[in-house]
Design a binder for this molecule. Sequence first.
Ligand code: IMP
Length: 201
Amino acid sequence: MKNILVFATTNFGKEKEIRTILGKIENFELKFLNQFNEMKIEPPAEEGSSFEENSLIKSRYYSKFFSEHFVASEDSGLMVEFLNGAPGIYSARINSLKTDEEKVELILKMMNGVPINKRDAKFVCVVSLVNPFGEIEVFKGEIFGKISFEARGKNGFGYDPIFIPDGEFRTFAEMSEEEKNSISHRKKALLKLKEHLIWKR
Ligand code: IMP
């Protein structure tokens, strides 16, 4: 019988990438929260002070509803060196802004006039897993790059239009889905999860 891995995210941009990156995992069936809408589970408050804490808050919380399954969650965001690591864990809710466009505009405004050598940034992704025995594992991925001078590209989601990975001239949003997924913070963390599920489960 196949194990079920419930990936606890409601962010469609993330879900799409997670589905593609994880692909098929031997002996596992991958499901997402929106397949359990009838359970009407309220999301937990993300009150941690790090990506890891928030990721664990989510995976532990959702594992109570799916105690017989493997439950994974991820917390991720953009950290800009010039802004002392902001927006960081507040990436999704910076200044209570709603749309990705507003959030991108705000970062560009805060970086107005900052030269290229001071525009270093990174994306961080922390995936956590709770297995049916309540055991917990944490997997981390990072990608380093720079904040562009203007928003470019239509692909991806979130801050992709203003993030240029090191060694590239294009923003994440100018790359194809496959290109971003082959180098991203999410890919690095999820591959560690996949390896764990295949070998150490
Ligand atoms: P949370 O992990 O759901 O709290 O939200 C993470 C937020 O960070 C997203 O809503 C995006 O704004 C941003 N983010 C995380 N990963 C990416 C990415 O791969 N590209 C662009 N933005 C991202």
